[in-house]
Design a protein around this ligand. Structure first.
Ligand SMILES: C[S@@+](CC[C@H](N)C(=O)[O-])C[C@H]1O[C@@H](n2cnc3c(N)ncnc32)[C@H](O)[C@@H]1O
Length: 574
């Protein structure tokens, strides 16, 4: 454990004080000149074991700010090695600090950087010039705040290498909460602020960082959040091979100190967590799930059931989570992953569906199906029976339902077995509550054909946020086409920044490691071609809709949902 604070050591005041570095160097390393004031001889950071100061490695020592304090403190290190990429500052330290104490060595770290090492060798990393397990204290102050992801991975491993078994590393970081940056791919974990010199400031996704520290054999043993949101976090690291959890705060107040945090209202879970398993970002007390946000605007469904508020809550509480939020005119609501009603106008559905037959493929918790029915449509919805019907990356077959080892979840009016997909239980609960007529078929999307509906075809077929979960989106649209007599509407995320008439159709396969049920991310042109390839005409993919996250959910530190922008494609049967 570390003690943050200071005590007085007057016995050191008689020593000759190390000189002040020149103003041009002081300006290069920090804006606040007062930080170069020498302390009263007490340690810079108080460690419970003062012997920790015996051997110190200072990564990014600059013009000796930390070294000067160490020279001045009561228990002066027996060995100090400072490295920095700035040749001039290292030369000054050698000339002015090593001369006071030869046990203090300064080495130029020959790694290229636009601002501080433009004449250095064009390499992004270099090994520390010291042996393994030699240091009981490593300091890296405002260093990782300037390093790229690859450099950080390399230097965390180096710190792990040079730390003694009982050593501690003091590191500082800019951290952000990536759940509020849903447009980032899994591998994008850093934010930059300067396009000319990205090393100006680098902000790290805190969860990625904790995982990377684990991989380097390090664990956070103590954390000091910044006084103000967005400023530097102090993380103290120790060697660990046992997978012991990080001492990183899980309380809401501390998380509000992350950049990008606090943009939503949900309280944070209070479990402690490790790099391998982090707490749910939001574990709402059940009450919150039934309390509508007064500021919310958007479509309200009609409550056509006869349950009391109490009974409604009790029925809805039977589900562990709701994929769709349901907000009703009578004030009832149950909040889920996504509040579709808030942005439903952007889909451009017909304002009345009186007399229309509508098919909702991949209905999930059924919000769209109920909405279509309340607009006057005769609706049927389709969903998978479970993971056996899903397209799982790396699985080369569809296992029979028996492998899921569960009895049917219910039977329909024809006594046919019905199985819930991971999200479609909500459909059935809400259909029962509201007394909705909407029909339902269990089917894999590719197996949809007229016979499934007794030869019936639909005026409108909707595929909401399902194409991205399919290995063969064109095959799915062909299946939809086989039962569509007029129009199909489908929403899916598209890759950002690839618009314009000259851009070739391209699709990317970005998520395969952690999320095995997410597949293609097309560019706009490719999304259009999916419809054309499946035999539709009059394709328009220009509409954009916000998939609004209502209640954040996460599992083992990975967000399970998040705000997204979807493209809405509309096309016609010729
Ligand atoms: C992301 S949810 C979208 C729910 C709803 N359509 C919406 O837009 O909010 C995807 C739905 O597709 C279903 N699904 C996924 N793969 C499927 C498949 N191969 N066949 C049928 N349904 C599938 C899931 O069970 C889930 O209900």
């Amino acid at each position: 454990m570390l003690v943050h604070g200071s005590s007085t050591h007057n016995d050191t005041l008689s020593r000759p004080q190390p000189p002040l570095p020149p103003i041009e160097f002081r300006k290069l390393v920090c804006g606040d000149d007062a930080l170069f004031d020498l302390n009263d001889g007490s340690p810079f950071v108080q460690l419970t074991d003062p012997d920790q100061y015996a051997s110190v490695f200072d990564f990014g020592c600059g013009c000796g700010r930390f070294a000067r304090q160490l020279l001045n403190q009561a228990n002066r290190p027996k060995r100090y090695v400072g490295i920095d990429i700035h040749r001039g500052m290292i030369q000054w330290c050698q000339d002015n600090l090593s001369t006071i104490e030869p046990a203090f060595q300064f080495c130029h770290h020959d790694v290229w950087n636009l601002g501080l090492g433009p004449d250095n060798t064009r390499q992004s990393v270099a090994a520390f010039p010291v042996g393994s397990a030699e240091f009981r204290l490593v300091n890296a102050h405002s260093v990782f705040t300037h390093l790229t992801k690859e450099q950080t991975e390399f230097y965390l491993a180096e710190i792990s290498r040079i730390l003694a078994a009982d050593g501690v590393a003091r590191t500082t970081w800019f951290l952000f909460d990536r759940t509020t940056f849903p447009m980032l791919f899994d591998f994008q974990v850093t934010l930059f602020i300067n396009e000319v010199d990205p090393s100006n400031a680098v902000i790290y996704d805190w969860q990625w960082l904790l995982e990377t520290m684990c991989k380097s054999g390090l664990r956070v043993s103590d954390t000091v959040p910044p006084a103000q949101r967005g400023f530097e976090w102090e993380l103290y690291l120790r060697k660990s091979s046992s997978g012991e959890p990080h001492e990183f705060p899980a309380d809401a107040q501390s998380h509000l100190k992350l950049s990008g945090s606090g943009t939503r209202f949900e309280p944070l879970g209070d479990k402690s967590h490790s790099g391998e398993s982090s707490p749910a970002l939001s574990e709402e007390p059940p009450d919150e799930l039934f309390r509508a946000n007064a500021a919310r605007s958007g479509h309200l469904l009609r409550f056509t059931g006869d349950l009391s508020a109490e009974e409604f809550r009790a029925r809805c509480s039977e589900l562990p989570f709701w994929y769709h939020s349901y907000y009703f005119e009578n004030g009832f609501c149950v909040r889920g992953d996504y509040d579709i009603g808030a942005d439903v106008d952007a889909y451009d559905f017909p304002p009345s569906m009186e007399g229309m037959k509508v098919l909702d493929i991949g209905t999930g918790a059924g919000w769209f199906a109920i909405y279509f029915e309340q607009l006057g449509a005769d609706v049927v919805s389709v969903d998978a029976r479970g993971y056996c019907d899903f397209d799982m990356y790396g699985r080369h077959f569809y296992p029979p339902i028996e492998t899921e080892n569960r009895p049917p979840d219910r039977f329909d009016e024809d006594q046919l077995p019905i199985y819930y997909s991971p999200v479609s239980r909500g459909f059935w609960t809400m259909k029962d509550i509201l007394g909705a007529k909407v029909g339902f078929k269990n089917s894999r999307v590719y197996d949809i054909n007229p016979a499934l509906f007794g030869g019936e075809k639909f005026d409108l077929v909707f595929l909401g946020a399902i194409l991205c979960h399919l290995r063969d989106p064109i095959g799915a649209l062909m299946a939809a086409r086989s039962v569509c007599r007029h129009r199909v509407i489908a929403s899916t995320p598209v890759v950002l920044g690839e618009t314009g008439p000259d851009v070739l159709p391209r699709q990317y396969l970005p998520y395969t490691n952690d999320d095995r049920i997410s597949w293609w991310l097309p560019n706009e042109a490719c999304f259009r071609h999916w419809f054309l390839a499946a035999g539709f005409t009059g394709v328009d993919v220009s509409r954009q809709v916000n998939l609004r996250c209502d209640v954040l959910r996460s599992e083992e530190g990975r967000p399970l949902n998040g705000e997204q922008t979807l493209r809405v494609g509309s096309a016609f049967v010729p």
